[in-house]
Design a protein around this ligand. Structure first.
Ligand SMILES: Nc1ncnc2c1ncn2[C@@H]1O[C@H](COP(=O)(O)OP(=O)(O)OP(=O)(O)O)[C@@H](O)[C@H]1O
Ligand SMILES: [Mg+2]
Length: 359
């Protein structure tokens, strides 16, 4: 066997890298995948599978709903996964995948620190808290920040804003963009807005989202709010199971999109009051088990006694300790507090009890 000379090596490595790249790009469109003919492609698209990424993370059951046979579904998923190298991976490769995780700034240094450097891509962050606490404002801020270049702690991408309560306000975006030195008109162009009229519509929007995500380089997917429609439509105990099943698959779809496109996923959630034997009245996030287990990072927002200052508590995270920081809401968006606010905080008592939800 001949020895490889030093000159040969880089060329070979280059070739190898090109090969890998070729492989990754083997199937650009779902129609390219063996076994996906025009009719199947059409059906898959109707079901919301527009991209190879979405097929790679689909389940056989989802595809059989598009009248694809089980065997064919399994083969298509395998091909799509192979194309994206999403099969079994070694732990060192997992480390590499983690290396692709990027972070998005909230606009407050304090909050970013709480989240270990900003919100992570490839995972869901849930903000929950009472009415008017600032969940939607935070979503607006993130939709602007995501457009910043990476050296300004953005993701250089656009945002998909799924609004279930008609609370999206372009005026906030305009003010926030201006404050960051971004062109407000351009900033608005990079927010894809979609209003969900009911829970089924909300599910459908997310199912159809992958094409828009890809075409627009969406790096932040916002669901504001995740639970409001579900909460008002599925009433009573007898509907609970169905509600939880739907929420579960909805959230899994969201996680998969965030992984496939290396995007941040942010959901908001309301709280409900619950009597607690130790703390009197406590509040807890809507959605029960499903939401708390699927959301990778859970954040509880609460008011201080008065004014624009809010307390942000990291309730659960895969690797960060429980902790809290404060921030404030201003005309220009989310900001760190200054000394004046701090002095005010010290003279005003904090709010009522709260409890994080893990049930
Ligand atoms: N210019 C401003 N400066 C400071 N605070 C403001 C300003 N404008 C609005 N606010 C505060 O922001 C709050 C609205 O926050 P937001 O709409 O984000 O709440 P939310 O948590 O999404 O509530 P909901 O559960 O109803 O959706 C108001 O309660 C108000 O106190
Ligand atoms: Mg809101």
């Amino acid at each position: 066997m001949e020895d490889e000379t030093e000159e040969e090596l880089p060329a070979k490595q280059k070739e190898k890298a090109q090969d890998a790249e070729e492989k990754r790009r083997k199937y650009q469109f779902i129609e390219d995948i063996p076994g996906v003919g025009p009719t199947t492609a059409e059906k898959l698209k109707e079901m919301g599978f527009h991209t190879v990424e979405s097929l790679a993370t689909a389940t056989i059951r989802e595809l059989t709903q598009a009248s694809v046979g089980e065997k064919q579904a399994a083969r298509m998923i395998a091909e799509a996964r192979d194309s994206l190298a999403l099969t079994f991976i070694r732990a060192d490769e997992l480390v590499k995948m983690r290396e692709n995780v990027r972070r998005l700034s909230t606009g407050s240094k304090q909050l970013d620190e709480l989240f270990g450097g900003g919100l992570e891509t490839q995972t869901i962050t849930e903000f929950y808290g009472e009415y008017g606490v600032g969940k939607s404002i935070l979503c607006h801020q993130l939709a602007v920040n995501v457009q910043l270049p990476e050296d300004r702690d953005g993701l250089n991408g656009s945002a998909l804003y799924i609004d279930t309560e008609q609370t999206f306000r372009p005026e906030w975006i305009i003010r926030m963009a201006g404050a960051l030195g971004l062109d407000p008109a351009q900033t608005l162009k990079k927010i894809i807005y979609s209003e969900a009229f009911n829970s089924d519509h909300q599910i459908l929007i997310l199912e159809k989202a992958d094409k828009y995500i890809q075409e627009n380089n969406v790096r932040l997917i916002i669901l504001d709010s995740l639970t409001s429609h579900f909460r008002s439509e599925y009433l009573g105990r007898e509907m609970l199971v169905e509600r939880q099943q739907k929420l579960n698959s909805h959230l899994h779809r969201l996680v998969r999109l965030s992984r496939a496109f290396n995007a941040c996923a942010v959901v908001t959630n309301q709280v409900m009051s619950k009597p607690n034997p130790f703390f009197g009245m406590a509040v807890e996030a809507v959605g029960g088990h499903i939401v708390s287990h699927t959301s990778h990072t859970r954040v509880f927002l609460r008011r201080t006694a008065s004014g624009p200052v809010r307390i942000c508590r990291l309730v659960s995270s895969p690797y960060l300790p429980e902790d809290e920081r404060i921030f404030k809401i201003t005309e220009e968006g989310i900001k760190d507090i200054n000394e004046e606010d701090e002095a005010h905080q010290q003279t005003t008592p904090h709010d009522a009890t709260y409890r994080s939800s893990r049930n």
